[in-house]
Structure formats: structure tokens, C-alpha cells
Design a binder for this molecule. Structure first.
Ligand SMILES: NC(=O)C1=CN([C@@H]2O[C@H](COP(=O)(O)OP(=O)(O)OC[C@H]3O[C@@H](n4cnc5c(N)ncnc54)[C@H](OP(=O)(O)O)[C@@H]3O)[C@@H](O)[C@H]2O)C=CC1
Ligand SMILES: N[C@@H](CC=O)C(=O)O
Length: 478
């Protein structure tokens, strides 16, 4: 494979103005000030030599941002010509002990309005998570002329069109930056915004959730149980406040949706993207993956077909040991972009955790302080169509009660739906009542696999739902 490792920083541009948010449900936020209209690209700032921040969230990421800003205050001043000061941190529970030191002059608050209505605050940093109150504060801050830096992929993915509309109505120097929202510390957003302008992206595939990659590594390599792996991931700050978002694949799907917007200009509904997490995986799948010469990774994949339509899914996938993605372990993320000009570019780095994520937010904050122009936050839209079907080699695992004729019947079902079988794997049957065998198909339609699975599930010996996963890359055997 022709690999390019690319970490590319980019410039950015912004032009924003006033907007009346009809959709905001604001119990706590009451007053909006119209953003001052400005044709310059410089950020609205309360003072020439200071940029003042209000941070929503003082948890894993928020704490990291405060720490890095304190540790590198002098350097940032040299670099940007401005002091970057955190004036307020808004949290849910002000009495909770914090694992970071508040800078001098910074107060903890619990009302959003304390930041939103504070005219001396230039930038709102939203790292509290969620999609309801977080939306109120993001929209409220932008509307009040404050630039926004956020790590909130769930919010962006859910309300992307609305955020885009809002941004297009703003005319001041207000900016919206979200580098930390996809792949934590990897600067993939900037790259997607700026480095493929002359290129055509054919495929993006990668490990875009650090928590589940950490868990899969812990379960496969370190023989940890699912529960042990999840509690370690949570303790290390990798898991979402609701870890179902990680293990169910939904966090990866939000990120994939954002990447698809940037790569293909499309606004696909999130729930149109097929999404399966890691909860159905068993020890046996790892054993069979090993027998095949590979491993299992939770991937987000989006691919253009010959007609120019794009399909996408989040799913556990079989990946061969020769594949660059197979050796990406722990909370590390990796995303490969296949494109006409660059051929293959792989971006690897820490995808979750306090400092990697805070680092991306810091890059956004420093860019604002330097007066960097913001690129179009989401790139232009296109007419690219989404199709809920794709071709792949598939791995199927069928749990069964042992009896005569099982493989023949599976063969018949596959034949009926035009699915050609490449190989069958079976460990020696240890317990007749708890056995599973696996099938690897040739390259077939996803829609045909769904039909095979439905028919097999209805057979009398089949126990529970059969499990399936795509095999990454058609040439997986070469
Ligand atoms: N952790 C990671 O590795 C990454 C996280 N992200 C995103 O960053 C965001 C923050 O994540 P993370 O720091 O891990 O989350 P945490 O749960 O660690 O922290 C959330 C913080 O927000 C505060 N908060 C939550 N809800 C409210 C509310 N309604 N009002 C006021 N304050 C509130 C909490 O207050 P209190 O402390 O009082 O409870 C807490 O300080 C999320 O959107 C997440 O998806 C993105 C990339 C990586
Ligand atoms: N829970 C997320 C955090 C970063 O986006 C992940 O594990 O990737």
C-alpha cells in the first residue's frame, strides 16, 4: 500500500453575524445581544491584548484546556500577541472537587448566562457534552457574537444543517471551530477542510472511537473482560458520559457523518447510516479472526461507488494483520483516506483522553487568538446521493445446536440469495448446545447478506441472531 502519513495544519476564515435563534429552548439563557456586524475577518474581541474565554464544562476535556493554557501562557502570548485568559468555567455542580487548578481571576459558575451574557468574554468553549443544553449555549454564544470552540460531535452531527444555517447568517468575525470533535487529537478536520480541495475522496475508513478500540485491545490482547475493559476506558476519560454512545457505535457514527459532510458535501441523516457497535462480539469471533490471520476493529467506513453515490456504515470489521489499521491499538485512532491525487493518506494519533482532546481545542483557541481566518466550517454542499447498500466480503458467525445437515442448509440459503461461500471455519465442537461456526463469503451485496441472515435465523438449529461483519478490503487475501 502506498501510505502517506499526513498531519496538516491549516488556516481558517470566518465571517459571521446576527441571528435570532427561533429554535432555542432557553430556561437558563434569557438575553441575546445582536452580534456586531463587521466585514473584517478579525475576531470580535473585548480588548486588543487579551482574549477572554468562558468554558462550559470542567471535566476531562475542560480541565485539560485550563491546564494547557496555564502551562503555556507565556508562549501563547509570544505567539499570538495576546494573553489568553479563562474568566469563567461553567459546571453542573460547583461544589465538586476539580482535578485542575483554576487560574487567578477565574470563577466557577453554574448558570449559562454568566458566560453568554458577559460581554467581556470573546470565546465560548463548549466541552460539556450532550445535545440539548449544549445546543443552547453554542447557538446563544454565536448569536451573542462570541466565537465557539467545541469538541461536541454528537451536537454537530445532530444539528449540522441548523448550525450551518446559523453560521451563514452571521456577519461578524465570529467563528465556529470543532477540531476536537472528530478523532480527538488528530487534526483531521483542518485537513478535510483544506487539503483535499483539488482531490476526489473515494473512501474513508478508520478507527474513530478511542474507547472501543481501547476495549477491543484490552479484550483481545490483554484478555480483559468486557466490563473490566469498559471501566478502565471510563477511568482513563475515554468513554462518553453515556458509554452506550461508544460501545453502540453511535459516537463513531456522529464522527463519520461529520467527515462525510466534509469529504462529500452531503448531509445524510445519522440514522440512515447502518450502525453496529462491539456488544455482539464474542471470544469466538476473535479466535476465528486469528485463524484467518487478522483481528477485529470497530470501523467507520464511507465509500463512493462506481455511480458516484456514497454508502457508509459503522461496524466491527475483520482486518488482516498486514493492514495498517490492525496494529492501531489502545485509544489511538487512525483514519485512511483514499483519493485520486494523494492515493492513500493515513492519519494516526490519540483519539480520546484529556490532553489529546484538549490539545485540539487549544489549537482552535490559539488560531482565534492569532486572528487566523476560518475556513468554511463545513465545506460546500453537493448533490452526492447516499445509498444504503455496498459490496464487501463478509464474515458470518452462526450459533447452532449441533445436528446433521447444518452446513448443507446454510449452503442452500446462500445459493438462494446469490451469495458465494469462500470458506467455512469451525473449532472442534466442545459442547453440542453451545457451538458456533463461521463463514467467509466472496464479495457480495450487503442487501443479500441481510437476506441470508434472516433466512438462517429462521432455521430450527440456529440459536439467536447470527453475527456478521464486513471484511475490510476486497483484496484481503493478497
Ligand atoms: N473525553 C474525551 O476523550 C473526548 C470528549 N469529547 C467531547 O468533549 C465533551 C466533554 O467531554 P468530557 O470532558 O469527557 O466530559 P466530562 O463528563 O468529563 O465533563 C463534562 C463537564 O461538563 C459539565 N456539565 C455537563 N452538563 C452540564 C450542564 N448541563 N450544565 C453545566 N455543566 C455541565 C460537567 O459538570 P460537573 O463536573 O459539575 O458534573 C463536567 O464538568 C463531550 O462533548 C465529548 O463528546 C470529544 C473528544 C474526546
Ligand atoms: N468517547 C470518544 C471520545 C472522543 O471522541 C472516543 O472514545 O473516541
Amino acid at each position: 500500500m502506498n501510505l502517506q502519513i499526513a498531519y496538516i495544519a491549516a488556516a481558517a476564515l470566518g465571517r459571521v453575524s446576527s441571528f435570532t435563534p427561533s429554535t432555542i429552548s432557553t430556561a437558563r439563557q434569557t438575553i441575546f445581544r445582536s452580534a456586531s456586524s463587521s466585514t473584517t475577518s478579525t475576531l470580535n474581541m473585548s480588548s486588543e491584548d487579551t482574549i477572554t474565554l468562558g468554558i462550559f464544562g470542567g471535566g476531562t476535556v475542560g480541565g485539560g484546556i485550563v491546564e494547557i493554557l496555564s502551562n503555556k501562557a507565556d508562549y501563547f502570548k509570544q505567539l499570538t500577541g495576546k494573553s489568553i485568559e479563562v474568566k469563567k468555567v461553567c459546571v453542573r455542580d460547583a461544589s465538586k472537587p476539580r482535578d485542575f487548578t483554576l487560574p487567578e481571576g477565574c470563577s466557577i459558575v453554574t448558570s449559562y448566562d454568566d458566560i453568554l451574557n458577559d460581554d467581556s468574554i470573546d470565546v465560548a468553549v463548549e466541552v460539556m457534552g450532550g445535545t440539548t443544553d449544549a445546543k443552547d449555549v453554542v447557538v446563544g454564544a454565536l448569536t451573542n457574537g462570541k466565537s465557539v470552540v467545541t469538541a461536541n460531535k454528537a451536537l454537530i452531527a445532530k444539528d449540522l444543517p441548523e448550525i450551518e444555517t446559523l453560521l451563514s447568517t452571521l456577519e461578524s468575525g465570529t467563528q465556529f471551530r470543532y477540531e476536537a470533535a472528530v478523532c480527538g487529537g488528530i487534526p483531521i478536520i483542518r485537513s478535510m477542510q483544506s487539503d483535499f480541495v483539488g482531490d476526489n475522496i473515494q473512501l474513508m475508513c478508520g478507527i474513530i472511537n478511542g474507547c472501543t478500540n481501547f476495549m477491543l485491545t484490552a479484550m483481545d490482547r490483554d484478555k480483559k473482560s468486557y466490563d473490566e475493559a469498559l471501566s478502565e476506558a471510563s477511568a482513563l476519560g475515554y468513554a462518553e458520559a453515556d458509554p452506550t454512545l461508544d460501545v453502540g457505535g453511535f459516537d463513531a457514527r456522529s464522527k463519520l457523518k461529520i467527515l462525510m459532510r466534509l469529504a462529500y458535501g452531503m448531509n445524510v441523516e445519522e440514522d440512515e447510516i447502518s450502525c453496529r457497535g462491539i456488544t455482539e462480539l464474542t471470544k469466538m469471533d476473535f479466535e476465528y479472526a486469528k485463524m484467518l490471520g487478522g483481528t477485529i476493529k470497530l470501523l467507520g467506513v464511507a465509500e463512493k461507488n462506481d455511480a458516484g453515490d456514497v454508502s457508509a456504515y459503522v461496524a466491527p470489521c475483520y482486518v488482516t494483520n498486514e493492514d495498517a489499521l490492525s496494529s492501531v491499538n489502545g485509544a489511538t485512532n487512525a483514519i485512511e483516506v483514499l483519493s485520486d491525487n494523494l492515493v492513500s493518506s493515513i492519519y494516526i494519533g490519540q483519539g480520546a483522553g484529556r490532553y489529546p482532546t484538549a490539545n485540539s481545542c487549544i489549537n482552535d483557541i490559539v488560531a482565534l487568538a492569532k486572528g487566523d481566518q476560518n475556513l468554511l466550517p463545513f465545506n460546500p454542499t453537493s448533490e452526492t446521493k447516499f445509498v444504503n447498500n455496498y459490496e464487501s466480503v463478509f464474515y458470518l458467525r452462526l450459533n447452532y445446536r449441533d445436528q446433521v445437515g447444518i452446513t448443507r442448509q446454510v449452503g442452500e440459503v446462500c445459493e438462494k440469495h446469490g451469495v458465494s461461500i469462500h470458506s467455512i471455519l469451525q473449532n472442534p465442537v466442545a459442547k453440542n448446545q453451545e457451538s458456533a461456526f463461521a463463514i467467509v463469503t466472496d464479495k457480495v451485496d450487503y442487501a443479500a447478506i441481510l437476506k441470508v441472515l434472516a433466512d438462517v435465523e429462521a432455521l430450527s438449529w440456529c440459536k439467536g441472531k447470527p453475527f456478521y461483519m464486513p471484511v475490510l478490503r476486497d483484496d484481503w487475501q493478497n
